[in-house]
Design a protein around this ligand. Sequence first.
Ligand SMILES: Cc1cc2nc3c(=O)[nH]c(=O)nc-3n(C[C@H](O)[C@H](O)[C@H](O)COP(=O)(O)OP(=O)(O)OC[C@H]3O[C@@H](n4cnc5c(N)ncnc54)[C@H](O)[C@@H]3O)c2cc1C
Ligand SMILES: *[C@@H]1O[C@H](CO)[C@@H](O)[C@H](O)[C@H]1NC(C)=O
Ligand SMILES: *[C@@H]1O[C@H](CO)[C@@H](O)[C@H](O)[C@H]1NC(C)=O
Ligand SMILES: *[C@@H]1O[C@H](CO)[C@@H](O)[C@H](O)[C@H]1NC(C)=O
Ligand SMILES: *[C@@H]1O[C@H](CO)[C@@H](O)[C@H](O)[C@H]1NC(C)=O
Ligand SMILES: *[C@@H]1O[C@H](CO)[C@@H](O)[C@H](O)[C@H]1NC(C)=O
Ligand SMILES: *[C@@H]1O[C@H](CO)[C@@H](O)[C@H](O)[C@H]1NC(C)=O
Ligand SMILES: *[C@@H]1O[C@H](CO)[C@@H](O)[C@H](O)[C@H]1NC(C)=O
Length: 573
Amino acid sequence: MLPINSLKLGAFLGLAAFAPAVDASGSDCRCFPGDQCWPSLSTWDAFNQSVNGRLVATVPLATPCHTPNYNSEKCEVLKDGWLLPEEHYKSSSSFMAPFFTNGTCDPYHPVSKPCTLGNFVRYAVNVSESSHVAKTLQFATEHNIRFIIRNTGHDYNGKSTGAGALSVWTHHLKGLEFKDWKDKYYTGKALKMGAGIQGIEAYEAAQAQGLRIVSGECPTVGIAGGYSQGGGHSALSSRYGLGADQVLEWEVIDGNGRFLVANRQQNTDLFWALCGGGGGTYGVVWSMTSKAHADGQVSGLNLTFTTSGISDDTFFEAVEFYNTRLPSIVDEGVMSLNFLTNTSFSISPMTGPDVPLKKLKSLIEPVLNELKRLGITYTYQAEEFGSYLEQFNAQVPLVEVGVAQYGSWLLPRSIVTNLSTNRELTQSIRTVLGQHATFTTVAINVAKNVTGDVYNAVNPAWRTAIAHVLMSTPWEFNEPEQMAENRKLMTDLLVPSISKLAPESGAYLNECDFDQPNWKKAFYGKNYNDLLAIKSKYDPHSLFYGLTAVGSDEWTVSNSGRMCRVATASGEN
Ligand SMILES: Cc1cc2nc3c(=O)[nH]c(=O)nc-3n(C[C@H](O)[C@H](O)[C@H](O)COP(=O)(O)OP(=O)(O)OC[C@H]3O[C@@H](n4cnc5c(N)ncnc54)[C@H](O)[C@@H]3O)c2cc1C
Ligand SMILES: *[C@@H]1O[C@H](CO)[C@@H](O)[C@H](O)[C@H]1NC(C)=O
Ligand SMILES: *[C@@H]1O[C@H](CO)[C@@H](O)[C@H](O)[C@H]1NC(C)=O
Ligand SMILES: *[C@@H]1O[C@H](CO)[C@@H](O)[C@H](O)[C@H]1NC(C)=O
Ligand SMILES: *[C@@H]1O[C@H](CO)[C@@H](O)[C@H](O)[C@H]1NC(C)=O
Ligand SMILES: *[C@@H]1O[C@H](CO)[C@@H](O)[C@H](O)[C@H]1NC(C)=O
Ligand SMILES: *[C@@H]1O[C@H](CO)[C@@H](O)[C@H](O)[C@H]1NC(C)=O
Ligand SMILES: *[C@@H]1O[C@H](CO)[C@@H](O)[C@H](O)[C@H]1NC(C)=O
């Protein structure tokens, strides 16, 4: 059992206790724009003043792409950048997961289709002080308005967006402070980061101090946001563990508007939940303090071959052999990122922090020998770099957004160490690629012997996994029927073809199929009920909601965007 702390109040923000979320009409739905209960403009103005004029009314990014505001020049620029994270994270409302844009305003739909707010938040508060967060929570509670925490808008499950919502926008919280940390569990360097800090900002600041920080392959994900709160895999993970394993302390504003410090000494239950239990669920994180590790030499390699000139059977023989090598690779502290399509194999890259180049080469050598034996030609480059950031900049490929729909599963190590189940895995991969989907293998070891003494809510399936495998089907903005079919294909065929090999495992909640059946068990494992109890304690008004987040099944969101409580068994339907 998880120890649930008695409430320890941090700095109280001088607010009266919040009113419970009951709207005037007595309905169990969030107040929606256009409803009688929706605040008047003067009420919004007064709120705006109370947050120092930081309230931003949403104007969707792609407004210049639609009538009556069409501007071909501006729209072309938007279209050129639409598949890059940069375009979206700078905005107070835009987001990257294409499914949730619902075609209401993007550069791909006809100019004649007017731009509507759809799933974009109505208002964002560009917070710079923690009191702005508390006041926004209070306003949303009093007026029964859907509340959202938005950082970068990277979330694949649309958790940082919502129709008719008021959001706190954390992007401009860019504080950075290096510290020396000492407690029973960790002694060493640490970096305290504001909630808006993105991967590359931490990488650069850390490198300047001779340090390295765990964050993602995408340089712009929010470390203190959904990344570390949801788990967070990294090229450094086989060396230090997941993002959530790095966290030493959170500063957080809970659902009552209280500013709390959560670590292993105080508010320990909240600390536990925030480390891996999913973003946007337990409170608004104000800062996160992460372990910072000594930087140094990093070796990296990439390897590519295609089906050209060889049979499919030969190609998959090579794939199968590579998978048998994964344990020996990750056990040296190495992370390997492998992309498969129906015609190509590429490792891009394999990263060995503190692994000498010679050692890294020896880990891939058996694979190269097998390729030679099979008569497969390949391109291969291996190099040693002076720091993690140098290797990252040289070898990590650009990641596009808005190009795919995803599903995933955590593959247990036992699958690839057993020749017979590894062969079944190859069959499953062939099934997936046969549907023209892609198959990505993020091979890491984040077992106890790597993470050290950590206390967190990371999905336990990670600890026995050899890889997080991610499948994707291509996204087209103007093909809603085909996209719906692809979603079904993911849920009904692609994910099950892998999950059937290890049904007791689970999936990474940040990169998954949001239609995953049995998602509570798949995304949270045995932690779900404890997480729900912690959420109820820190979020008594049920303000925090995100698709597939803990407790989210207490709500439904209709096609039009209206969010309502699910009627209890005794209620009407
Ligand atoms: C291109 C791309 C590459 C990626 N690469 C990786 C990778 O290498 N490794 C990996 O593990 N994941 C990766 N991800 C997934 C990424 O970790 C998740 O999308 C994550 O949710 C992003 O967090 P964010 O805060 O940047 O995004 P947002 O979309 O802004 O927020 C995500 C979730 O976190 C919540 N949240 C944000 N800020 C706060 C806060 N201050 N307090 C409380 N809740 C908050 C939001 O409410 C939402 O639920 C990638 C995603 C993309 C799009
Ligand atoms: C909030 O106030 C600021 C400063 O007065 C103003 O610039 C901004 O437009 C206001 N926001 C809204 C939504 O009215
Ligand atoms: C999503 O699109 C559908 C179909 O156009 C529409 O009926 C629905 O209202 C939209 N929902 C939102 C939240 O925009
Ligand atoms: C948000 O606030 C930051 C400063 O905290 C400011 O630089 C930025 O321009 C603001 N953005 C918007 C859209 O209000
Ligand atoms: C961790 O455990 C695995 C599996 O038992 C083992 O193979 C590996 O060498 C260990 N790694 C470290 C860093 O001790
Ligand atoms: C492979 O790595 C080298 C550096 O070692 C880099 O120059 C090259 O661009 C990388 N290739 C790919 C396809 O990423
Ligand atoms: C390998 O997997 C097969 C099929 O699941 C199983 O029957 C066999 O016992 C396993 N072998 C070992 C050594 O675990
Ligand atoms: C591979 O997939 C692509 C789509 O991604 C498809 O056009 C092509 O026909 C497929 N090729 C084979 C050999 O299956």
